[in-house]
Ligand binder design. Structure first.
Ligand code: MG
Length: 159
């Protein structure tokens, strides 16, 4: 069995003008994330990690932010397309490990629902998904609450 590892990163600025969506789940009572799509930095980081592992370019080349087609779109659709792309290339997800870095909100109360949402979208077992979170100890732009960063690693296996 062949294995390929990939790394993805995304960051978005907080904005009061939209809801916070992570992994397709609305996290209430928090500012949302700016972006051309729905700003779902978690889904974007995972999608980029998958593309990286497949050696298939980056998210921006498939879903350019100038394209009105993807304006305000549900990022789970983007993730689904990426899963289709690697499936066509004979690859499947081994596992995904993520770290979300932000001062607010606390992610842990939402972790289970986010994992359920992503496992449905990506058609993988929940045990293949790990979502971790931490604060930036009040340092820098994350620490002052300007935005959120997400780091993702994935292992792909040949089918
Ligand atoms: Mg993004």
């Amino acid at each position: 069995m062949g294995m390929k590892v990939g790394f993805g990163y995304d960051s978005h600025r907080f904005t009061e003008s939209r809801p916070l969506i992570l992994g397709g789940v609305v996290i209430p009572e928090n500012p949302g994330l700016q972006g051309h799509s729905d700003g779902d930095a978690l889904s974007h980081a995972i999608a980029d990690a998958i593309l990286g592992a497949a050696g298939a370019g980056d998210l921006g080349s498939y879903f350019p932010s100038e394209d009105p087609k993807w304006k305000d779109c549900d990022s789970l659709l983007i993730l689904k397309e990426i899963i289709g792309i690697i499936g066509d290339a004979g690859l499947k997800i081994g596992n995904v490990d993520v770290t979300i870095v932000c001062e607010k909100p606390r992610i842990s109360p939402h972790r289970e629902v986010i994992i359920q949402s992503l496992s449905r979208t990506m058609r993988i077992e929940q045990k293949r998904l790990s979502i971790k979170s931490k604060s930036n100890d009040q340092m820098g732009w994350i620490g002052s609450g300007v935005g959120m960063a997400v780091y993702a690693v994935t292992l792909l296996e040949t089918m």
